[in-house]
Ligand binder design. Sequence first.
Ligand SMILES: NC(=O)c1ccc[n+]([C@@H]2O[C@H](COP(=O)([O-])OP(=O)(O)OC[C@H]3O[C@@H](n4cnc5c(N)ncnc54)[C@H](O)[C@@H]3O)[C@@H](O)[C@H]2O)c1
Length: 325
Amino acid sequence: MGELTGRTVLVTGAGRGIGRAEALHLASLGANVVVNDPGVTIDGRGPDDSVAAAVVEEIHELGGRAVADTGSVADWDAAGRMVERAVEAFGDLHAVVNNAAIEVNKGLERLTEAEFDDVVAVKLKGTFAVSHWAAAHWRRRSDAGSKADRAIVNTASGSGLYNPLPSQSNYAAANAGVAAMTTVHALELGRLGVRVNCVVPSMVRTRLTREVPGMDQAPPTDGPDPRDPSVVAPLVSYLVSQDCPLTGQFLSVRGGTVIACRGWTIGDQVHKDGEGWTVPELARQLESLPLDDPFERLAGALGTALGSQGREALQAMISAELDKS
Ligand SMILES: NC(=O)c1ccc[n+]([C@@H]2O[C@H](COP(=O)([O-])OP(=O)(O)OC[C@H]3O[C@@H](n4cnc5c(N)ncnc54)[C@H](O)[C@@H]3O)[C@@H](O)[C@H]2O)c1
């Protein structure tokens, strides 16, 4: 008997990368797994049914239980069918891991409406759609008197939380939306016995991070790879487990380190009683207020300090990246 024996978990985007590793880990702990993945390219084209099927086969070969689902999370009805598939195959659904994503990275002036919509549809609407159908199922179970522990684990990115990146209007906005929705759903679904948390992978070696600076180094040959897609899986297995008390949490995983993230907070303020501010007054007052600097934040994420030279160099790097044809 594994820690997750008897629990059924739907993992979206489980055909590759982090989602595949999560599905394998969940199954190794005894969970029944619905492996969802339409097997699309990095930018969401060309479905391939064999991608989900291969993971299901791997799980079966290891003695686990799994079924494949090749629907798109961005398709409202297909998202509903994923929940039905779990119930048909295994009798119930205990947890959803919203992991699917695609990426189309371009500067704002070149990013098209369709490229914006497609990325948001998978990451943000897809998280909403699958969570909606799962919550509707759990509402019916709760009304029928079933009080089992249920869980949703969303997946966000530092690009969207603490470090939105140039070229990612669509991906960063969608991830920020997933984070906001995690808090909303944690507050709403507690009454149905559903916990909702969010994992935030960082610098994991998958096709999504192939072009991120520093990710092209070969994995170490003399020990475990801190960037292997499997580094996130134990945390996800814990978050879906019956005895986990956590809800409304954002946990970033970087190699062997798990970091609690905090959301937007209220900072320092200036105040004026009586008549409203004049523009020069505001300019003077805001100059003295410690404000966030997105360039400083990006430099920190890249591991460099930002002097005035650094700012120019960073701006040049951003321009070069965005102007690539
Ligand atoms: N790799 C990292 O370092 C990193 C960092 C931050 C966040 N993330 C997040 O982790 C998650 C997994 O990313 P990954 O790096 O493993 O990427 P990946 O491309 O290896 O895997 C994503 C999977 O999602 C599937 N998918 C795409 N569109 C789908 C749809 N409409 N419906 C269902 N499945 C769909 C793809 O076919 C693919 O197999 C994503 O949510 C990503 O935003 C990854």
